[in-house]
Design a protein around this ligand. Sequence first.
Ligand code: G3P
Length: 195
Amino acid sequence: PQTVLAALVIGYLLGSIPFGLLLTRMAGLGDVRNIGSGNIGATNVLRTGHKGLAAATLLLDAFKGTAAVLIVAHFFGEDAGVLAGFAAFIGHIFPVWIGFKGGKGVATYLGILLGLAPLMALIFAIIWLVIAFTTRYSSLSALVATLVIPVVLWILGVDKIAAVMALMTVISWYKHRANIARLTAGTEGKIGAKG
Ligand code: G3P
């Protein structure tokens, strides 16, 4: 029980750091939640026009997930690492510090995957990039990549990780519901377009 609690607390605390919000605020750009989609993720940080900040948001939001998995796995074992990854995801999506209104979880999903199954993170990145380059829709790229990953893991027989990633996919899709509506209506913003 102590191991479970430690995994949940460490994972949640790391995951709940809202890097997009912090970085844009530190750069004097105001509140990123007032622009574009209102999201705190890298895609929306890019709508401020600051590519470096968007890249930093992507990396930090991803690596907090990787860190949660690897740190907790190192001290408490692999199962605890899986739990910590999930807790980091929940922390990112529902951060207590900003009224439980966090991001959509894409970068953090990728980072957690990097910690749990590095080759799958590569596949995620390839799928995301191919769709992003062809359609310029960040959300669509994420929706497809997060759908494919649990299926591939399941086919490969990595059932536990497949189940956890599938749960994260469902949560991320739920957080993308406004994006899905815009994609369907043909009004979704493209990558790089200012909001
Ligand atoms: O990573 C989130 C992305 O899939 C969509 O972001 O700001 O366009 O809603 P946004």
